[in-house]
Ligand binder design. Structure first.
Ligand code: SF4
Ligand code: SF4
Length: 226
């Protein structure tokens, strides 16, 4: 793979008009089905917490996005984010391991903590402050070092990839396509900046429990610095 710096240069050079053309060609309108906000095997309608161990929803959230969400709702850090579980193991002494990202916090059903559902229609309670990964779902760009949500792409047009979503293939206005394209470019740049920051600030640690290495350094699961 090319270096992260090369990919960052490519991300900065992405043409928003061309990305918008690709989004228009693929087509998209959110149906508010909530699939990108929920655990795949959680409590179903979001009203019950009787599933014993759902596989939680995972969506990457950057450190500055966590702070913005905290400020928006006067939330504690752990109300908003949790260590991305990849690299963390359950042990008799509790969770142990290193991880390199934060994920949006989840509820007892494994759904995003900010997700609400009424009569089968989903809503995001932090819509104006939702992270870039949510603002740009179901799209990603074909650059190394950027995230590819929900598995393999189901459609591709130029540099744009589309992922599993029932709203794909629907008409989208040019204005909406351009707004989405601009956010998609911003996300690609931010993801690569974050990846470079994680690499540059990485320091081995020798502590019990969970350590999150993000672009700002080494942190405990509650977001405080080690
Ligand atoms: S999966 Fe697609 S249609 Fe469903 S809520 Fe997410 S973006 Fe909207
Ligand atoms: S922050 Fe909002 S859009 Fe993002 S996963 Fe949670 S409920 Fe869905």
């Amino acid at each position: 793979m090319d270096s992260l710096e090369t990919e960052l240069d490519r991300a900065r050079e992405l043409d928003v008009g061309e990305l918008a053309d690709a989004i228009e060609a693929i087509g998209f309108e959110c149906t508010r089905c909530g699939a990108c906000c929920k655990s795949e095997d959680g409590c179903g309608d979001g009203s019950s917490t009787d599933e014993s161990d759902p596989e939680p929803h995972t969506a990457t959230v950057f450190p500055d996005e966590i702070r913005r969400l905290q400020e928006a709702g006067d939330y504690d850090f752990r109300d908003v984010a949790r260590p991305m579980p990849y690299g963390i193991e359950a042990t008799p002494d509790g969770p142990q391991g290193e991880t390199f990202e934060w994920a949006l916090q989840t509820d007892a059903c494994g759904d995003c903590t900010f997700y609400e559902e009424t009569d089968g229609t989903g809503a995001c309670t932090v819509h104006e402050d939702r992270p870039l990964i949510c603002e740009t779902y179901p799209f990603s760009v074909a650059l190394g070092g950027t995230s590819q949500p929900m598995g393999e792409a189901v459609d591709t047009e130029g540099m744009v990839r589309a992922h599993e979503c029932e709203g794909l293939g629907r008409d989208i206005s040019r204005d909406d396509a351009e707004d989405l394209a601009a956010a998609l470019k911003e996300r690609a740049v931010r993801e690569l900046q974050e990846a470079i920051g994680v690499r540059e600030n990485y320091e081995p640690t020798d502590v019990e429990g969970v350590v999150v290495h993000d672009s700002e350094g080494q942190k405990r699961p509650d977001g405080t610095e080690l």
